[in-house]
Write a protein that binds this ligand. Sequence first.
Ligand code: BGC
Length: 396
Amino acid sequence: MIYQFPKDFIWGTAASALQTEGNNTNSDWWRWENNKAPEDKYPLESSGIACVSYHRYEEDLDLCVKLNSNAYRTSVAWGRIQPTPDTFDVKEIEHYRNFLKAAKLRNLKTFITLHHFSNPIWFADMGGWANPKAPVLFEIYAKKCAQVFGDLVDVYLTINEPQVYMNQCYISGAWPPNRENLFLALRVQQNLIKAHKRAYRAIKSVGPHTVGLVKNIIWFEQQPSTYSPVDWLAAKLLFFSNCDQYLRQIGKDLDLIGVNYYFTTRLRGLMLHNLDDVQSDLGWWVYPKGLEHILLHLRKYNLPIYITENGVADCTDRIRKDFIRDMLISCNKAMEQGADVRGYFYWSLIDNYEWHRGYDPKFGLVYVDRKNELARIPRESFYYYAGICKSGRIEK
Ligand code: BGC
């Protein structure tokens, strides 16, 4: 069977600043990674020099070209651009402009995230996302980005996975500021939504830019062979709180929906009941059908959809090719049924810093040899995805 994608389909890969650039010293993550107080939780290792992509971005962009992709998604670091509440760093802005120009020279469309999990230290010290002023502070930064980057950015993505950020930072406490407080978490959630809306309008006031939000969406379903109305209802409610209750609050301030899909949660007797037929190195169940369900569900929003992240931790590259193939087939099937999917970004181009899990999980199409000057070595799946990006079709 052949699955054909439209000619203008966006084929890309995704990454973020702190996970790849290295030395993101003006960030709450950096401070947390490096000032270890014995009683606190910490990540397995610190991001350190990461992949030195801050200096080696041309090499990374060349890999995007070699991959036959036509887009790259990454983030800019707020702490570099705005080192204090009252200043913007001209040199850092120039750095990112050079990066964006280098992408354009290679005919790559640029999808730029303004907030990908880390904050400037000054922002964290003012109370971070729990501060009622946070949405306004973010708006100022977002507006500045639109002014200085303008059309070098094809798509502005305001905030990456606001709900994951809220969960990890204010419910499980795994990430800085390591709080476990539901009340604060709800406040943070509201501030993130407000911040997106303000940033959306601010960017639009600068020019006719395309602006979206990146939402992690988990598919929830009941274990199909044992019907239980309780599991059915629980799955519906969980999906609603993960997806619609969020998107509804954003309302009209959205030109596109960015979907990050990693997993499905199947319920039986109100307990997690996922299969173990295909699993990533992190134990995440690989279930491509979940992506199809999500895309079909999102049709009602009448907005273009981009899969802004989809990837698998797989250090031996044993399941990555099939993962990409089957996820894209699900995507294609949803498109056949009317889902307006415009592009797909595999997470990630190169192995990078996987937050509190350190450098162990390998999501990259490209292996980064940390013992040999961070040499970038494409895996087999890189060439497989390169074939898809080139032909725009999949055979199975
Ligand atoms: C995040 C990435 C992360 C990936 C894999 C997403 O939640 O946006 O930063 O590396 O998942 O865990």
